[in-house]
Design a protein around this ligand. Structure first.
Ligand code: HEC
Ligand code: HEC
Ligand code: HEC
Ligand code: HEC
Ligand code: HEC
Length: 446
């Protein structure tokens, strides 16, 4: 890696910065920077316009503004009195508003977020990721940054190329940017006091076959998520073709330019902010993640198996906020007279799921075995039946009757962001109904 020490830094600024470092060093262990060391994404977009366009209104760009996150976080924070629970409920900004936290405001979720500096409201952004040089821990955002000093002296931007040249900034090749760790340090979340695992996308990936010991065969987060573009879902069950092009209009052709849409399963928020492109890409990703099959050998015994395979995700399905995301099985059996004789997993008029629905998710507990919904109170993982990468799960359905010959069985695997029951409890204008996406479907006549 090219090292360079530049001294554009004026003595006055240096003094100021040292003063601030001394003050904050005692107050908080994480290193703080002056806000003006970070460059607005718009400036990067002046040259890297395609990358900027892809990132605009991605969930990274929206991590601070995301209305669902904001409403849920406000709701979870309310009424807490225990210090450990409060500490957790306040910690959200470290990942959702990272440029703000590292430059001093907001420090916690209950700060007056309307005072968040404009640049920090733009979420997880260019100069944040491309100033990263190391990680201190692989959870709760342990990124170590080495930003430049604003547009006058942008410093080194770290990326995948060892021969990049730009008139604007220095460049250096970085192993971190080419590894799953740059993503993993934020995509594994632990309770800040109780240590409970709240999100484990990175660990799920690390323990999956995609983390091949041979670097040539390894499929990192970037290997799927930074190959996706419209009509190219780039999942484990599809091709992941390279995206030839150039990083700016004037730079050399490269075999692959990593895309920056950062699409997961979120169709609700992305479509609220920029219409249809990213919503459609999330649907394409979900449609190429899993398969559903039926085993009807035991129908005479009034039983049937539904088999779900995680064929496309590099981690569990669902991943991320696995306590909120709903991936479930909907089944119906229609007899030869077109009468529905069996139903499971159908949303009711209130858009809620019946209690006996087969849902793949994590459930947190209070430490005494009672389920808790608020992550701030989560002292244990009570259950986790999500589907690991490249694994298959079988669910046996007790029908209670033997279906007639020529009945039609339909099973669907469905996805939505979170339960309507939760959204209904959140004060303010009603949220939802959230879109439901069909991940997989099978129809079989017996
Ligand atoms: C979440 C972190 C993250 C954010 C936000 C981000 N990038 Fe990147 N970017 C990466 C990673 C990681 C790579 C390299 C991937 C690899 O090598 O596997 C990359 C690659 C690049 C490259 C090299 C060309 C390419 O795409 O392959 C450029 C240029 C770049 N990013 C510019 C930007 C700009 C401009 C923005 C803001 C509009 C931005 N990045 C936002 C993580 C990020
Ligand atoms: C004046 C134009 C210009 C601006 C503004 C600009 N870049 Fe670049 N950047 C380039 C060029 C040219 C390259 C080289 C591309 C290549 O070699 O393929 C480059 C390369 C990169 C790389 C790849 C570095 C590597 O070694 O892999 C990253 C990352 C990057 N830029 C990030 C940024 C970020 C972040 C910003 C905003 C803070 C930014 N750029 C602003 C022109 C610019
Ligand atoms: C083999 C391809 C592949 C790899 C590797 C991969 N993903 Fe995914 N990812 C997917 C697919 C497919 C989905 C949609 C299904 C789902 O939500 O699980 C997805 C969804 C997601 C979501 C949205 C989850 C939700 O339901 O809310 C996040 C966040 C995510 N991935 C992050 C990551 C991170 C971080 C890594 C690396 C540690 C990674 N992914 C590695 C394919 C991949
Ligand atoms: C600074 C912390 C941070 C880093 C670094 C980071 N992410 Fe994220 N990522 C987030 C947060 C926070 C969200 C959720 C924003 C929201 O939903 O409001 C998110 C959302 C996503 C989503 C969309 C999930 C969905 O439900 O649609 C994907 C995909 C994703 N990240 C992939 C990646 C990949 C790939 C990398 C590495 C190149 C990465 N992230 C690096 C914090 C981070
Ligand atoms: C260590 C980083 C990190 C911290 C801290 C963090 N999150 Fe997140 N958050 C993420 C990532 C990564 C995702 C994307 C996962 C996914 O899409 O499933 C996410 C997604 C979410 C979502 C889903 C948003 C949507 O639009 O569906 C909610 C809600 C959320 N976080 C709430 C919170 C709350 C509340 C806190 C604080 C108590 C918090 N987060 C703290 C990393 C973090």
């Amino acid at each position: 890696m090219k090292k360079s020490v530049r001294s554009f830094f004026s003595p006055v600024l240096a003094l100021l910065a040292t003063g601030i470092l001394l003050v904050t060093a005692t107050a908080t262990p994480s290193k703080k920077f002056e806000l003006d060391r970070f460059i607005d994404p718009q400036t990067c977009g002046g040259c890297h316009w395609e990358i900027h366009e892809q990132w605009t209104n991605s969930m990274h760009n929206l991590s601070h503004k995301d209305p669902i996150y904001n409403r849920v976080a406000t709701f979870l924070r309310q009424g807490l009195i225990e210090a450990g629970e409060i500490a957790e409920a306040e910690s959200c900004v470290k990942c959702h508003t990272p440029v703000g936290t590292i430059t001093g405001f907001p420090e916690k979720f209950s700060d007056d977020l309307s005072r968040t500096p404009e640049i920090a409201t733009q979420g997880i952004q260019c100069d944040y990721c491309h100033s990263a040089v190391d990680t201190t821990q692989m959870y709760n955002n342990g990124l170590v940054l080495s930003p430049g000093h604003g547009e006058e002296d942008p410093g080194i931007k770290y990326g995948p190329f060892d021969d990049a040249e730009s008139d604007f900034h220095e460049s250096a090749v970085s192993d971190l940017h080419q590894s799953a760790q740059i993503c993993g340090t934020c995509h594994d979340v632990k309770h800040v006091v109780f240590g409970t695992t709240l999100e484990s996308t990175y660990t799920e990936w690390k323990n999956s076959p995609y983390n091949d010991p041979d670097p040539e065969k390894r499929v990192t987060c970037q290997g799927c998520h930074m190959y996706q573009r419209p009509d190219v879902p780039a999942t484990g069950s599809t091709d992941r073709p390279e995206n030839p092009g150039a990083a700016t209009d004037d730079s050399m052709e490269r075999p692959h330019i990593f895309t920056h849409y950062f699409v997961g399963g979120n169709t609700a928020v992305t479509s609220q902010f920029n219409g249809l492109e990213k919503r459609d890409m999330a649907v394409e990703r979900l449609e190429n993640a899993a398969q559903i099959e039926l085993n009807t050998d035991r129908l005479a015994k009034k039983q049937m198996d539904v088999v779900v395979t995680n064929s496309g995700a590099g981690h569990s399905i669902p991943t991320g906020v696995g306590d909120l995301r709903q991936v479930w099985i909907e089944i119906s059996i229609q007899d030869p007279d077109k009468k529905i004789v069996f139903k499971s997993g159908f949303l009711d008029e209130k858009k809620e799921l019946p209690k006996d629905t087969i849902i793949f998710r994590t459930v947190f507990g209070d430490g005494n075995g009672n389920p808790v919904f608020n992550i701030a109170k989560a002292k244990q993982v009570l259950s986790d039946n999500r589907i690991p990468a490249m694994k298959q799960v079988t669910q046996t359905i007790d029908l209670g009757f033997v279906p007639k010959k020529n009945s039609v069985i339909t099973a669907r695997l469905l996805y939505r962001g979170m339960p309507q029951e939760l959204l209904n409890q959140i004060p303010g204008s009603p949220l939802g109904p959230l879109p439901v996406v069909e991940m997989a479907r099978i129809t079989q006549t017996i």
